[in-house]
Design a protein around this ligand. Structure first.
Ligand SMILES: [Zn+2]
Length: 154
């Protein structure tokens, strides 16, 4: 192979701070990475797929859901991951965007909260020892929908 890029990175094995399931939508990428740093999740195992937590809450098929659960299982197995962050976001195309909620941001956020809680329950059923936190991302920031951060806010 021909070297096409040089960059030094740490080759040491690691323990992941969290497995993070989120959408591949580029608009939320910076927010998600900055948020993870803010939460001191410095070594996340990123599971980036269309729809993020939707793949557990409202999967298109069993394969999709099982594939994501397997990714979480692998993160625990390979990197001793103690925690999972489930994320969804505003205007997600897999839900039909904000338009699917008639442009109503409140209604969209409330729907996503229910979705995130359903995804969290599926994770708890499959991985009883894993800590679960859920977050909704919009174009102004990140909102805790369930887990430790949500309880602190309540
Ligand atoms: Zn999306």
């Amino acid at each position: 192979m021909r070297k096409t890029f040089h960059f030094d990175s740490a080759p040491d094995p690691y323990i992941a701070d969290a497995a993070v399931l989120c959408c591949f939508d580029e608009r939320i990428r910076q927010t998600v990475y900055k948020f993870l740093k803010h939460q001191r999740i410095l070594r996340p195992d990123m599971i980036i797929v269309a729809g993020g937590a939707r793949t557990l809450a409202s999967p298109r098929n069993d394969f999709e859901r099982d594939f994501i659960l397997e990714q979480v299982r692998m993160s625990i197995l390979l990197h001793q991951t103690p925690c999972v962050f489930l994320m969804s976001h505003s205007d997600c195309a897999t839900y039909g965007g904000l338009a699917a909620f008639g442009g109503d941001r409140e209604r969209e956020a409330s729907h996503h909260k229910t979705e995130l809680q359903r995804a969290a329950q599926l994770i708890k059923d499959n991985f009883p020892n894993l800590e679960v936190q859920c977050f909704f991302v919009n174009f102004e920031g990140v909102f805790a929908a369930c887990g430790k951060n949500a309880e602190q806010a309540a």
